[in-house]
Ligand binder design. Structure first.
Ligand SMILES: [Zn+2]
Length: 77
């Protein structure tokens, strides 16, 4: 179970990873630099730095499930 306030919903579309809304600048449908394989590896314990291309904010992805990335940062109030 991923803590809600540090979870970031994501979608995979045609092999690309999107977030519906950036938690920092609120831009919609942000294409991320990480790949679906990175999300799988996060689930296996390999941390991944995620830099938002829209605003340059960074979080570390610590874990994931089918819908959410668990980050080291509070991304939802
Ligand atoms: Zn942003």
């Amino acid at each position: 179970m991923i803590p809600f306030e540090r979870s970031l919903p994501y979608d995979i579309v045609m092999g690309d990873v999107y977030v519906p809304e950036c938690p920092f600048c609120l831009k919609n449908q942000v294409l991320l630099s990480i790949k679906p394989a990175d999300i799988t590896m996060a689930r296996e314990g390999k941390k991944k730095l995620l830099v938002f291309p829209c605003c340059g904010n960074r979080v570390v992805v610590l874990d994931s499930d089918n819908d959410y990335l668990l980050t080291d940062t509070v991304v939802r109030g």
